[in-house]
Design a protein around this ligand. Structure first.
Ligand code: ADP
Length: 581
């Protein structure tokens, strides 16, 4: 099973750059506000320095104190207002960027070719739409803004320190190598640890969900012990993964904390020495030391958001990776000249396997009922997917009215050819939404007449709010037969000329079939119908029967013709009659 692609580092960086460029105005405004707030936050330490100088030189007057207090008060007020505005900006920007990311990810997911999703398995896609989007949300809304702010504050505080006294500032640098190496070590060893932790959560959740979902099977086959052992193994893995990251933090936190303390101590000692040698005023020494204390906070955040950013980056790579998969289908293209579906020397293989459809040529006459029969594994369903354009042949062509199916935009193709699956899924929304799923701009009359065509209008009108009744998990419950009628009404509204029915995954639940036969025949009326038949009475009623064996068409003709041919179909028919009589 192949997984969905993951974007490379360069692709992720390019993507992030286009995002930044698109929002450069808001980004610049937000960063400027944060920078101004950071400058306001630098004032108090400076004022305390001035106060100290005045006090030590016995020049302090009450007027001077009041003036300096004024400065302190207004800088605090300015800091409050500016950081409120900056935070507001950054939350708005974060939400906007996240909404955009999620929107474009959703679009990419919806545009994924079906075969890619099927090959990758829904699990991969599901974890990307849930945990990766979740991780991305934390990064974009919190980690990235906090990190940018921390950078600004660190740089500005350091700049202020250097402005006050370049010489005194030197001492604070002693902690940098320690921080650098400790953090590099931490990121190198902790990041895989966090990844392992997340994988272990996912497998535990998977086992628990599987156990709950398959409870009956587990009970019937007495698999309880096996599931218990699995959960225990998952928990053990969980435990060790957490112990590992805990150990990492236990090593890294004390080191970085001591590095900060060391910087303060070193600055204090060094600037004290400079004061003793009359190179530095006591006030400047106070200010510089206070700045070193102050810089610890943004520096700490700078380093501690790093692993969150790394996680965000790997999630973004998984999200951007999905948008790299493009349907090769064009968005605009020719209209088919008529409704004739034609297969010409078509071959198809799954992956590198053998041809499961092997040199098939067939012309489907507009308006006919064609039944495709044959033993299981003969390639009937695959042929159905090729006819619907869901899959593209390895060799040969499938054309509709002269146009190659893969050259037709999906919206055009689906107006002509529709593969009907058993997914009579009811989506969250009103009856009208559910019927008009593929034609959201359909009028009320069109929706009603589609429901009427499948004999569903009467009961829909009796629902509490008629067409506007909410359906789905939280809304009104439909019976299986009603759900199927809604699905049939969708087809009537979509109004494709050709329907491909795969009976193996048939729309109709056999229990409801009798009751729905009339609705179904109303849907089939006037269309070309290709039925992949598992019940031979479908073949009996068809205009032509096509027998497939080992990927090839071996017999083609009406029911009576094939019976008199006395070949495979006649044999199938006799044994089926024998079974059902
Ligand atoms: P039928 O509908 O006649 O039972 P199918 O078209 O489903 O036959 O399958 C034809 C062959 O292709 C079978 O051998 C089947 O195992 C194989 N096949 C079907 N689907 C896949 C798939 N997704 N990947 C690989 N092989 C497949």
């Amino acid at each position: 099973m192949s997984t969905l692609p993951i974007a490379t580092f360069a692709e992720v960086r390019a993507y992030a750059r286009t995002l930044m460029v698109r929002h450069r105005g808001s980004l610049a405004l937000m960063l400027s506000l944060y920078a101004l707030a950071a400058v306001a936050a630098l004032v108090p330490a400076y004022v305390i320095g001035l106060l100290t100088n005045d006090a030590t030189s016995h020049a302090l007057t009450s007027n001077r104190i009041v003036d300096l207090l004024d400065v302190l008060a207004s800088s605090s007020l300015a800091y409050g207002v500016l950081s409120f505005l900056a935070r507001r900006r950054s939350y708005i920007l974060g939400e906007r960027v996240f909404a955009e990311l999620r929107g474009s990810f959703l679009l990419s997911v919806l545009n994924l070719p079906l075969l890619v999703v099927e090959n990758a398995g829904t699990g991969d896609l599901l974890s990307r739409t849930t945990s990766d989007v979740e991780a991305m949300s934390r990064t974009v809304r919190f980690a990235l803004p906090e990190w940018l702010v921390a950078i600004i504050q660190t740089l500005l505080t350091f700049a202020a320190m250097v402005l006050v006294s370049p010489l005194a500032s030197l001492a604070s640098l002693v902690s940098l190598p320690i921080l650098f190496f400790a953090t590099r070590y931490y990121l190198r060893y902790a990041t895989p640890g966090y990844r392992r932790e997340r994988i272990s959560y996912a497998s535990l959740a998977g086992t628990v969900a599987e156990t709950a979902e398959g409870a009956r099977t587990i009970d019937a086959l007495q698999l309880g012990d096996r599931q218990n052992r699995r959960i225990e193994a998952n928990l053990r893995e969980n435990f060790y993964a957490e112990m590992y990251t805990l150990l990492m933090r236990m090593v890294w936190f004390p080191i970085s904390e001591s590095a900060f303390a060391l910087a303060v101590a070193a600055t204090l000692g060094w600037s004290g020495l400079l004061v003793l040698h009359h190179v530095l005023s006591v006030g400047a020494a106070t200010t510089v030391t206070l700045y070193v204390v102050q810089i610890n906070d943004p520096l700490d955040r700078l380093v501690s958001w790093l692993d969150e950013l790394q996680m965000g980056q790997s999630s973004l790579a998984r999200l951007v990776g999905v948008s790299g998969v493009h349907d090769s289908r064009p968005l605009t293209g020719p209209e088919p000249a008529d409704e004739e579906l034609r297969l010409h020397n078509v071959r198809y293989a799954y992956g590198e396997g053998r041809d499961v459809v092997n040199d098939v040529s067939l012309v489907i006459r507009p308006g006919e009922r064609l039944a495709i029969v044959g033993p299981s594994g003969a390639g009937k369903s695959t042929l159905g997917r090729l006819l619907a354009g869901t899959d593209v042949p390895r060799a040969g062509t499938v054309t509709l009215g002269g146009a190659t199916l893969s050259d037709l935009p999906l919206t055009t193709l689906r107006r002509h050819v529709l593969l009907v699956t058993q997914e009579h899924h009811i989506f969250l929304g009103t009856v009208r939404d559910n019927v008009a799923l593929a034609q959201p701009d359909a009028s009320e009359e069109e929706v009603c007449s589609a429901l009427d065509a499948v004999d569903a209008l009467a009961w829909v009108r009796h629902l509490p709010e008629g067409l506007n009744t909410e359906l789905g998990t939280t809304g009104h419950d439909l019976s299986p037969a009603q759900a199927q009628q809604v699905a049939l009404a969708r087809i009537v509204l979509a109004n494709p000329h050709t329907l491909i029915l795969d009976e193996a995954t048939a729309l109709l639940d056999p229990r409801a079939a009798r009751h729905l036969e009339r609705s179904l025949s109303a849907v089939l009326e006037g269309r070309t119908v290709i039925a992949i038949a598992h019940r031979l009475h479908t073949a009996h009623d068809a205009d032509r029967v096509c027998v497939m064996e080992e990927g090839r068409i071996t017999e083609l003709g009406s029911h009576d013709e094939l019976l008199s041919l006395n070949g495979s179909y006649a044999a199938l028919w006799r044994s089926w009659r024998h079974e059902t009589s």
